[in-house]
Design a protein around this ligand. Sequence first.
Ligand code: SF4
Length: 375
Amino acid sequence: MAGIYIHIPFCKQACHYCDFHFSTSLKKRDKMVDAICKEIVLRKCEIDGEIATIYFGGGTPSLLTNVEVDKILSTVYSTFQISENPEITLEANPDDLTKAKILEFSNSAINRLSIGVQSFFEHDLKLMNRAHNQTEALECIVLAKKHFENISIDLIYGIPEMSSEQWIANIEKALSLNIPHLSCYALTVEPKTALEQFIKKGIVPPVEDDVAQEHHAILIEMTEAAGYDNYEFSNFCKPGWESKNNTAYWQGKPYLGVGPSGHSYDGNQRSWNISNNPIYIKKINDGELPLEREVLSTRDKYNEYVMTRLRTTNGISLKEINENFGLIFSEYLSKQMIQHIDSGLLCVKMDAIIVTKKGKFLSDGIAADLFMINI
Ligand code: SF4
């Protein structure tokens, strides 16, 4: 089983915190859709087996028309073998999700919407320079629920000046809407973003780690009480509503990422497409793949496995470490984890090493301590 990720590199405006690849000029949209379809065909041989998940990410895929989405999907269907019930997700922004657009998407093969709400409050949305307002954030979910069962929303916590009360109100709003899946991320200050500049100039207060930690603890408590499973550090779902796309990624399943800046993984090597729309289109039209590749060493694969698995409820399987990486890695891991078991941040359950409640927010730092640096 494999997945396809399709990067749609256009946005209406730049959110202040974002360092993803996108252009705010939509002029070359039709040429981009054609190039993405050509890339899918050019890379036909890179996927062996059935496609179980198709994910439109970005950027802002909801800027595409249903005709453009269908064109890409028909190319995927005519190029690869698709499993019986694939999960087909489209990332959407609230300002695009009009009644008509939701209806159009619901008549396509898309069966899951991931909506970039980020906050239900005007102040936060303005601070982040989101293109939607709080009314659109709310209304689009009410409308989307009429046509889609499988809906996820993104929320951001740790926003400067966001009090715990405001964060609680955001979670309460999300829970009251009875959405099966939530993805919640701490605001991070990425280099060369407007947010970084505003903080440097003192226009916006800095993002505080302890505030993010407090917000994360609140999130875990409230979602747990509402019956959600925190199946990965940032992801929460009602039983049975896990994202198949995300789960496959954490399980190390292969995926093909097309479109500018799309990343791919085949089990042994990673590749990434150029993050430049005009060059991407030109190279694809010349029949050339605009990408770079890196072959992963056993150590790279071990480190990635540790990093992703420690963020999930399944944790690190000692059996898998032994089988996939060998004795040197399993002995190294057993030695490194002792300090964190003693301090109550990790525990061993059956075959798995998992983070405890106390260790949850620190999982990336704990993973770094388990990394193999030199071999
Ligand atoms: S809509 Fe998404 S991809 Fe586009 S700028 Fe905002 S956060 Fe980045």
